[in-house]
Each structure stands twice: as structure tokens, then as C-alpha cells.
Design a protein around this ligand. Structure first.
Ligand code: NAP
Length: 248
């Protein structure tokens, strides 16, 4: 029996990167996938086709996760199309790195809105259906820098630390209704987000990781599968770091 057979997951920001790897891993386990991204473009369509070819129901939706009304609309549409939502993966995220001295209000606001407010938006939108079902698993993508901070990332770190507080609060608020809420804190994962880091800095980072390499999106996806499935049926309010022992 596959781990997510007959389940439906919503994954935000999943056309590429970690979100896409989670979608593929879940599809391998029989899960139907509704995923969002800012645009339903060729990349989103290719991801959708890849998922469908795996024999599950899959649909991409254009939605700005930072917008409250957009989110309610897209979740209503997903429920109309799929009939249920068992798993929510709040994955959409951006960086606008710079030292506080140079950080503009717009850079602060954009990162907080996309990374943190999106988690509120989607969790609020799915909670009614999960409450009715009396089950659900919510998985939020934090970061090691949300635990330990990082120079030049005060906006990003604050958003990711906020996600951890939100995750633990929701676990306490909704636990009695069979809804679990957990977070993943990846370290240095090789995606387009980290490709923006200059080669020299990237090599330095990798050398400082005890496992001497960056992680892969698939390695994050395996932890998402643990949280999404009954493998973690009594695990809630927790943060698992996926960082090759960088943040211990
Ligand atoms: P990525 O490759 O940049 O992918 C991010 C995805 O989010 C893209 O598909 C992007 O869409 C989407 N997105 C951005 N803004 C959005 C919005 N407003 N509404 C909906 N979707 C939006 O990033 P990644 O490395 O896979 O990261 C995924 C998550 O893991 C993020 O939350 C990130 O902070 C977290 N994380 C990553 C690392 C790492 O080392 N990579 C480490 C720790 C945590 P477009 O394609 O349209 O831009």
C-alpha cells in the first residue's frame, strides 16, 4: 500500500525546486496533487504533465500565495475540483537578501508577505475542510536561518522564525481535531534559490557543512512525506532540520 494513496495534497510554489520534488515524491506514493505558482506558465504545465504521467490526478493553479483573497478563491476551486484536501504544504518562498542598513521597506514587506502571510492565508483557507474531516497534515517550509538567524537575511530569517511560531501554535489549536502541523527547516539545498549565491560563497558554505555537500530537493521531500503520511501520526508541533548537520 502506498503511503498517500487516495489522499489529496495542496502544495504552494511547486512548479520547480523543493515544491516540485515534494509533488513528485507524493505522486509516487499515490497522492493527487493540486499545486500553485504565481503563473500557470510552461514550467507549471510541464510539472503538471510530469505528475499526470505518474498516474495521479494533478492540476496547477495560478495564485499569489501572499494574497488573502486569491488564496481563498484558489482553495475553493481546488476543493471543487478535487473534493478534499488531506495535506497542505506551505512551500512558496522568496529571498531579498541584504544588510539591514540597505534593506528597504519594500524588501522587508515582500519577504514577510510571501513567506509568512502565505502560511496564514493557506492554513486559514483549508482549516474549515480539515476541521470537518477531523484530519489533516499541515507542513510549513521554514529554514535553518529561522532557527539561528543569518547576517544579510533579517527579513527572510524573521519570516522563517515566524513560521515556526505559527506551526507550533496551530498544532496546539487544532490537535484535538486530528489536525497535525509541523515544519521543515532545510539548510543549504541546491535549487534555483541557492543558485543565485555566487560560486565562491557557495563553495565556502559547502565546506562548512559537516556532510560536505548541499542537500537535494528530494532529501527535503522525504521528510515532507514523513510529516504528510501516517508515518508521523503522533508527531505534531515539531521542526525537523534537513541540513547535513550544519545546524546542530
Ligand atoms: P525556488 O526554487 O525559488 O522556488 C520557489 C517557488 O515558489 C517557485 O515555484 C516560485 O514561483 C514560487 N513562488 C514565489 N513567490 C510566490 C508567490 N507569491 N505565490 C506562489 N508561489 C510563489 O525555491 P526553493 O529553493 O525550492 O525553496 C522552496 C521553499 O524552501 C521556500 O520557502 C524556501 O524559503 C525554502 N528553503 C529553501 C532552501 C534552499 O536552500 N533552497 C533552504 C531553506 C528553506 P516562480 O517560479 O513563479 O518564481
Amino acid at each position: 500500500m502506498k503511503l498517500l494513496q487516495g489522499k489529496t495534497a495542496i502544495i504552494t510554489g511547486a512548479s520547480r525546486g523543493i515544491g516540485k520534488a515534494i509533488a513528485i515524491k507524493f505522486a509516487e506514493e499515490g497522492c493527487d496533487i493540486a499545486f500553485t505558482d504565481l503563473f500557470y506558465d510552461d514550467i507549471a504545465k510541464a510539472t503538471e504533465a510530469e505528475l499526470k504521467a505518474m498516474g495521479v490526478k494533478a492540476q496547477g493553479y495560478a495564485s499569489d500565495a501572499s494574497k488573502f483573497d486569491d488564496t481563498q478563491k484558489v482553495v475553493d476551486q481546488i476543493i471543487a475540483d478535487f473534493g478534499a484536501v488531506d495535506v497542505l504544504i506551505n512551500n512558496a518562498g522568496i529571498t531579498k537578501d541584504t544588510l539591514l542598513m540597505r534593506m528597504t521597506e519594500d524588501q522587508w514587506d515582500a519577504v514577510i508577505q510571501v513567506n509568512l502571510k502565505s502560511v496564514f492565508n493557506f492554513t486559514k483557507a483549508v482549516q474549515t475542510i480539515m476541521l470537518k474531516q477531523r484530519s489533516g497534515s499541515i507542513v510549513n517550509m521554514s529554514s535553518v536561518v529561522g532557527v539561528s538567524g543569518n547576517a544579510g537575511q533579517s527579513n527572510y530569517s524573521a519570516s522563517k522564525a515566524g513560521i515556526i511560531g505559527f506551526t507550533k501554535s496551530i498544532a496546539k489549536e487544532l490537535g484535538s481535531r486530528g489536525i497535525r502541523s509541523n515544519a521543515i527547516a532545510p539548510g543549504f539545498i541546491i535549487t534555483e534559490m541557492t543558485a543565485k549565491i555566487p560560486e565562491d560563497a557557495r563553495k565556502q558554505w559547502e565546506a562548512s557543512i559537516p556532510m560536505k555537500r548541499g542537500g537535494t530537493p528530494e532529501e527535503v521531500a522525504k521528510v515532507a512525506l514523513f510529516f504528510a503520511s501516517d508515518l508521523s501520526s503522533y508527531v505534531s508541533g515539531q521542526v525537523i532540520t534537513v541540513c547535513g548537520a550544519m545546524n546542530t
